[in-house]
Design a protein around this ligand. Structure first.
Ligand code: UT7
Length: 329
């Protein structure tokens, strides 16, 4: 018996209520709506409540995805949460999600950190596990509380990110929908360009009472910008070539929502009109691992992704990780 054909059976998303506009930010740091919008395409982002956790946002997105798939928590035997902002360093946020949803104890639950490419890494991992025939239905979730790892005095980073979650249910294909391919990459030599330099085991917490700065993202934006374009173009071309799909056959490209200028250059390099790209970063900013599944859910619910379509996902993020995926609906 061959591997089961696996497809995305449902999608869901969640965005916190609180909206933080560029004008709001200009009251906190030395910036302006004009600068943020012209350099990034972002107008506003959502910010989670102080006590709202990544796992709660993930569970809300997952509930919507389960409803969309016509399944319940009892059907799930695998949960993977892609996040770099877990509720706690341990245990895994996926275990909290399991508990919020009432997913049975025979489910495997774990987190995966590939930063903004995390959703594609989690999708490939779940696909492989389901393809083995040993798991049947997976929740693959990207969820981030980026507001918890931002330095709100650093205008070069705090204006770019937002909070939210997106989820898909992966399972045995119904009809013609199916996963076609995923390609994942990493360039660890560039790890220092985008990182949270403390809060892990290196460097160790000083024993002499020195107080470490709060955990916060540091980024060499200009360098990342150039590498991201090269990586995303390569990842998109590789997967199209591998599966002998032309760019023109893609009905919708759902890119990682980091910067509109990056997306415009990718469109130009792939010789695709901007209309082929689904963009919602103007309203959410960069939600890291949540970015693609949040955009995907909006694209499906707005009719931008329809049954029979072929969709290309393409992402890059800290690591530097990057990747692409082709999905038929
Ligand atoms: O998921 C991966 C996440 N990472 C990324 O997506 C990063 C990719 N990079 C980018 O998106 C862009 O590089 C940024 C949006 C971060 C920055 O745009 P840029 O056109 O590369 O600007 P820059 O960093 O070259 O900065 C230009 C100027 C600088 O001033 P000087 O040195 O020219 O006087 C900055 O200090 O803009 C200044 N600046 C700001 N001004 C107003 C930087 N941040 C701000 C700000 N408001 N928020």
């Amino acid at each position: 018996m061959g591997s089961p054909v696996i497809a995305i059976l449902g999608t869901g998303s969640y965005a916190p209520e609180k909206i933080l506009t560029n004008d709001d930010l200009s009251k906190i740091v030395d910036t302006s709506d004009e600068w943020i919008f012209s350099r990034s395409g972002i107008r506003e982002r959502r910010i989670a409540g102080e006590n709202e956790t990544t796992s709660q946002m993930a569970a809300s997105a997952a509930r919507a995805a389960l409803a969309d798939a016509g399944l319940t928590a009892a059907d799930i035997d695998l949960i993977i949460v892609a996040t770099m902002t877990p509720d706690l360093p341990m245990p895994a946020t996926a275990c909290f999600v399991q508990s919020h949803l009432g997913v049975p104890t025979h489910a495997a639950c774990f987190d995966l950190n590939a930063a903004c490419s995390g959703f594609l890494y989690a999708l490939d991992t779940a696909w492989a596990m389901l393809g083995s025939g040993r798991y049947r239905h997976a929740l693959v979730i990207g969820a981030e509380k980026m507001s918890s790892v931002l330095d709100w005095t650093d205008r070069t980073t705090c204006v770019l990110f937002g909070d939210g979650a997106g989820a898909v249910v992966l399972g045995p294909a119904r009809g013609t929908a199916q996963m076609i391919g995923v390609k994942l990459y990493a360039e660890g030599a560039h790890a220092g360009l985008l990182c949270i330099p403390n809060g892990g085991s290196n460097p160790p917490v000083p024993a002499n009472g020195t107080v470490l700065a709060p955990r916060a993202i540091t980024m060499k934006g200009r360098e990342i910008f150039k590498i991201a374009i090269r990586e995303m173009e390569d990842a998109a071309r590789d997967i199209l070539e591998q599966h002998q799909v032309s760019a023109a056959q893609i009905n919708c490209v759902i890119p990682h929502q980091a910067n509109l200028r990056i997306i415009e250059v990718i469109a130009q390099y792939l010789e695709l009109p901007m209309e082929s790209f689904f963009v919602n970063l103007d309203r959410y900013g960069n939600t890291s691992a949540a970015s693609i599944p949040l955009a995907l859910d909006e694209a499906r619910r707005s009719g931008r992704v329809k049954p029979g379509d072929t969709t290309l996902f393409v992402a890059f993020g800290a690591g530097l990780t990057y990747g692409s995926a082709l999905v038929r609906w």
